[in-house]
Design a protein around this ligand. Structure first.
Ligand code: PLP
Length: 360
């Protein structure tokens, strides 16, 4: 029998989440962010389920190519733009829009201007406070005019920025970013986009022309202490496996590598066919919850490559073969992420190739 470790992708949840986000931002178009293989859910699978999205956001030209090969014809934005002059040919061929965030990219466009190629659609990216990618807001007007004057740039130049802390709904940092964007772009022509998922959920005044949700489409919240469900979102991935052993271990014995966990009494310990080789975080500590046949029990000891161990005192009827859920339906990935000191995004992105993926 093949290994039981399975990631079930809930296509209906993806569609539900898209509808929820549309309802929250009814006047905006939705650019579904599908980078990192659709946050680990499978790029083509996600994009096909979300074929009603108005556009897609990707982090690589290879992903843009995959979307086109899958027959998706919506606008696609390469979120960090071109890296080399040769990328321009691919952009044109694939009809992909480019974010322009750096002078080196402007220089590539300017060097290409007289080549007579079809115009490229550009989004001018402004750094309003995250200090990762983008031009200073005070340069917006001059750069916008410069881009629009280039014969190889489509006349409609979009304006974008990215939030650093939109998950803090009453935070001054995001309010300041919104003000900086508004004053830098006031009166300029072109569509605008500011919001990632948390921006959509918490900052309606910034929805603008396009929203760019990623995580929320997959049902994941990054707002501390919440799960997607608090925003009427549904998890799009359930990571599951089975119990492959149930052992009675004596009081005082230690379980797993480094003997990090000791049995306080004689007790049943379950072994699950799931480990960091599947993408379950090795640093998830003892006490991280896991569902065994629907019952929440704590992980105990070190997660190993293929296996992890659970305390079955709370599930005395558990048997070999019982279904186990690591995250997803019934156990939000945000809860596991909080135990493991990360966010749900990282966990779903980290599913490895040996995990069997099924659609439901
Ligand atoms: C990843 C990304 C998004 C989506 O962010 P989420 O928090 O997943 O919604 C939006 N915009 C840009 C520029 C991104 O890099």
């Amino acid at each position: 029998m093949s290994r039981a470790t399975t990631a079930t992708i809930h296509l209906q949840a993806l569609r539900h989440n898209l509808a929820q986000l549309r309802a929250r931002a009814p006047s905006a178009r939705v650019m579904a962010v599908v980078k990192a293989d659709g946050y680990g859910h499978g790029l083509e699978r996600v994009a096909s389920a979300l074929r009603d999205a108005d556009g897609f956001g990707v982090a690589s030209l290879a992903d843009a190519q995959r979307l086109r090969a899958a027959g998706l014809s919506q606008p696609v934005l390469l979120l960090s733009g071109i890296d080399a002059p040769s990328d321009l040919a691919a952009l044109r061929w694939l009809e992909v829009d480019a974010a322009i965030h750096h002078p080196s990219q402007l220089a590539m466009l300017e060097a290409d201007a007289e080549q007579g190629g079809p115009p490229v659609r550009c989004w001018l990216k402004l750094d309003t406070g995250m200090h990762r990618l983008g031009f200073a807001p005070e340069q917006a007007r001059a750069l916008h005019a410069r881009l629009r004057a280039l014969p190889n740039v489509a006349p409609e130049v979009g304006l974008m920025t990215h939030f650093a802390a939109s998950d803090v709904f009453d935070g001054e940092a995001t309010a300041a970013q919104i003000r900086a964007f508004q004053s830098a772009t006031e009166g300029l022509e072109g569509p605008r986009t500011l919001c990632n998922s948390a921006g959509v959920l918490g900052w309606p005044q910034a929805h603008a022309d396009w929203i760019r949700p990623g995580g929320a489409l997959y049902g994941i919240s990054v707002v501390e202490g919440t799960t997607g469900r608090d925003f009427d979102l549904q998890p799009a991935m359930t990571l599951s496996s089975r119990l492959i052993a149930v052992n009675r271990v004596r009081a005082g014995e230690r379980v797993g590598y480094s003997a990090s966990w000791q049995c306080p009494e004689d007790m049943p310990v379950g072994v699950v066919a799931l480990g960091y080789g599947d993408g379950y975080p090795r640093h998830a500590p003892s006490g991280t919850p896991i569902l065994v046949d629907g019952v929440r029990v704590p992980l105990v000891g070190r997660v190993s490559m293929d296996l992890l161990t659970v305390d079955l005192r709370g599930a005395p009827d558990a048997r070999v073969g019982d279904p186990v859920v690591a995250w997803g339906r019934g156990l939000p990935v945000e809860v596991i992420a909080a135990h493991a000191g990360t966010i749900g995004y990282e966990l779903v992105c980290a599913i490895t190739r040996r995990v069997q993926v099924v659609e439901a």
